[in-house]
Design a protein around this ligand. Structure first.
Ligand code: BLA
Length: 311
């Protein structure tokens, strides 16, 4: 079906709109990321057994300080997946989606990462299987996980081109599969984003099913530390923090970040942010408020078509 612009419908015909077509018209103007989460969970339940995460009891829904913003939280686990969680935020002017999957440290699988921010006209999108271990110098890791699924990226590359300069530090958390893009809203783009999301998610789910348990204690330790470093970074420096604070207040935002979104940051390791990222240390020993030390970089996509890093 072709999308209809509300303004293109003559007033006279308004009375003919059924409840069904009104729902359809509403959908033209607003994307609902709750459906994205539901689809991913449905795909998951077809393949593996999901249990509710203990976090679900404490986090299910929340209303923003404005009384109009709704936050919906979902959290699950499985025998191999430590945490599969979703947060969808909606109000009259924006929709936010943060969906992630983290493995138990015994399993060396990338982190599933979907972060979509939609406001009146613009969309900021990161969709990736974030590498657990650095990719630039670990080509075996790249060969193991990314080389055979690069076709997924190529399928959407034209619709969702590179989003331009971004915080330089972010890049080491991204893989050659990453979809980093900005676009203005349209029904077509949101439908394409939905299928990209499902396809990336299915690729990740397949990895979680195929992976064998790591028996080498030193390797399990390395996986745990890599995930802890990732959580430590995002709990401290994720670009969504400012908005989240405005929506729910500083205390609740911090709790959401450390206890829900990046849960594990206080359990998987004892190293501090400064231990991992000493360049952020200020003269009095505290963590710098700066989002970035490097600044904005990577005007163009720093991987070639085969997924080799070209900087
Ligand atoms: C912007 N979000 C961004 C940007 C990136 C990401 C790269 C562009 C700005 C920049 O270069 O930093 C996303 N960055 C990521 C992700 C990783 C990373 C996923 O390093 C993973 C390692 N975004 C959210 C949530 C909110 C949100 C939950 O995921 C709000 C609650 C908002 N993101 C948001 C907003 C912007 C943004 C408002 C634009 C503001 C800005 O650029 O600072």
């Amino acid at each position: 079906s072709t999308p209809v612009l509300i303004s293109a419908i003559p007033k006279k015909t308004n009375f003919m709109l059924t409840r069904r077509s009104k729902r359809f018209l509403f959908k033209v103007s607003a994307v609902s990321y709750k459906e994205f989460a539901e689809s991913a969970l449905e795909e998951t339940r077809k393949r593996i057994v999901l249990e509710p995460s203990p976090l679900q009891k404490r986090y299910s829904s929340m209303t923003g300080l404005d009384g109009k913003t709704e936050l919906q939280m979902l959290a699950f686990k499985s025998s191999k997946i430590r945490l599969l969680r979703s947060m969808a935020i909606e109000n009259e002017t924006m929709q936010v989606f943060d969906f992630a999957g983290f493995m138990e440290p015994e399993y060396d699988v990338p982190i599933f990462c979907a972060n979509f921010f939609t406001s009146a006209n613009t969309n900021i999108v990161v969709l990736d299987l974030n590498p657990l271990h650095q990719l630039t110098d670990q080509t075996d890791y790249q060969g193991k996980y990314y080389n055979n699924i690069m076709s997924i990226y190529h399928k959407y590359a034209e619709t969702f081109p590179w989003g331009g300069k971004l915080t330089g530090e972010s890049l080491k958390f991204f893989s050659p599969l990453v979809m980093w893009t900005r676009f203005s809203s349209s029904q077509e783009k949101h439908e394409a984003l939905f299928s990209a999301f499902v396809e990336y998610y299915q690729a990740w789910l397949e990895m979680t099913i195929q992976v064998r348990e790591e028996m080498e204690p030193s390797q399990v330790r390395a996986n745990r530390e890599a995930q802890h470093k990732y959580l430590t970074w995002r709990a401290q420096k994720d670009p969504g923090h400012g908005l989240l604070k405005r929506l729910v207040g500083e205390v609740k935002a911090k709790e959401l970040l450390r206890d829900f979104l990046f849960s594990g940051v206080d359990e998987l390791g004892t190293k501090t942010f400064i231990d991992y990222f000493p360049e952020y240390q200020t003269e009095d020993g505290t963590v710098s408020d700066k989002r970035s030390i490097i600044g904005k970089s990577y005007e163009t996509r720093p991987w070639d078509l085969t997924g080799q890093f070209i900087g």
